[in-house]
Design a protein around this ligand. Structure first.
Ligand code: ATP
Ligand code: MG
Length: 199
């Protein structure tokens, strides 16, 4: 669905990513590696937020390097849902849980049960724990109808128990997911783990 072919990203003299080829496969793909290895950079490139300095990103076998920023944004909106590290950044704080899901495009709230959030439709976002917010963020990503979910360190701001709940959600996502993480439990859960080394 989305693949990077020989992708490199340089910021002046800093080579953040060198010659990476990667396909977002069905199931859960985890990008692991030490701080500075280029995980977030590669995620931004694969989610069409940033253009690589070298190589090509294909979406449904279509190369994206010749697309305008406007076309890239339209493609991203249609195909890719991004879940940010900070749970609150993924949700609309003044809306309820149900309203957030509806705003993302959900036509019914059955998804809440699947997320372990049954009965919380009328709750304010502030009444949810960080882990519950992050699960709802993945729910909103699904409600948007994205073909792929991309998440950068989705468990890093959560305590161990909250992180466990998010891992459960990640394991059961019905669309391919690409996640960058240091979390060894996430690496263990991955269908495919792509280790990056600092260059
Ligand atoms: N916008 C930028 N301008 C300049 N250098 C950057 C920029 N973004 C990233 N870098 C550099 O690229 C390298 C890779 O950074 P990146 O954030 O992708 O690493 P990471 O693997 O996500 O690290 P972490 O685990 O700490 O989040 C680092 O050396 C970083 O300083
Ligand atoms: Mg990072």
């Amino acid at each position: 669905m989305i693949r990077a072919c020989g992708v490199g990203v340089s910021y002046g003299a800093v080579r953040a990513v060198t010659d990476m080829s990667l396909r977002i496969a069905p199931g859960l793909t985890v990008l692991s590696g030490p701080s500075g290895a280029g995980k977030s950079t590669l995620l931004r490139v694969l989610s069409l937020v940033e253009r690589p300095s070298a190589g090509e990103v294909y979406v449904r076998d279509r190369p994206t390097s010749r697309l305008s920023w406007r076309e890239l944004r339209a493609l991203r909106r249609k195909e890719i849902a991004v879940v940010f590290q900070n749970p609150a950044d993924n949700l609309i704080g003044h809306l309820t849980v149900g309203e957030n899901l509806r705003a993302a495009g959900a036509t019914d709230l059955a998804l809440l049960d699947r997320l372990g959030l049954g009965g919380s439709a009328a709750w304010r976002i502030g009444a949810l724990s960080g882990g519950q917010q992050q699960r709802l963020a993945f729910g909103c990503a699904l409600a948007r109808g994205a073909s792929v979910v991309v998440a950068d360190e989705p468990t890093s701001q959560l305590d161990a128990r909250s992180a466990d709940l998010v891992l459960e959600t990640l394991r059961s996502l019905p669309v391919p997911a690409l996640v960058a993480s240091h979390d060894p439990r996430l690496v263990e859960l991955a269908d495919l783990c792509v280790p990056l080394v600092a260059s």
